[in-house]
Design a protein around this ligand. Structure first.
Ligand SMILES: [Zn+2]
Length: 138
């Protein structure tokens, strides 16, 4: 499993970012279909043929909040909820790739540092480049 380079990870992340740009309207909730009885004893729902209701549910401070979805909006709202799931998954994947890029970078620079140490083992750390050479200008 050593075929994973920063480059391939970055390419995959770029592809996911491109996909992220295609995200449309969304709503942070779950779309649910429910069967309900209206309470009218003469209604067909009392005969075991319940009505269908569409709701969005989400957690608000540990409690489930529900939003009724009008029938004529249900397909649209269903796609918003799906879009939210998609963006959440994309964010997780992008974040995961970023994390792996960082870890890989650390490992790579350690390997580079080890190599450098071998090559110039006798050299002390040079302080020439970053020292305060304030004699500049005019
Ligand atoms: Zn009914």
């Amino acid at each position: 499993m050593k075929n994973e380079s920063v480059k391939t990870l970055e390419l995959r992340r770029a592809a996911l970012l491109k996909e992220l740009a295609t995200i449309g309207p969304l709503v942070q909730a779950s779309f649910c279909e429910r069967t309900v009885r209206c309470g009218n004893p003469a209604c067909r729902c009392a005969q075991g043929e319940p009505h269908r209701a569409y709701v969005l549910t989400r957690k608000v401070r540990g409690k489930t909040a529900t939003t009724h979805v009008p029938r004529d909006l249900r397909e649209e709202v269903r796609s918003w909820a799906e879009e939210y799931r998609r963006v959440k998954q994309l964010l997780r994947q992008i974040s995961d790739l970023s994390d792996r890029i960082i870890r890989l970078h650390v490992r790579t620079s350690r390997a580079v540092a080890r190599n450098r140490d071998r090559v110039r083992a006798t050299r002390r750390s040079s302080t020439g480049e970053c020292s305060d050479t304030t004699s500049q200008g005019s």
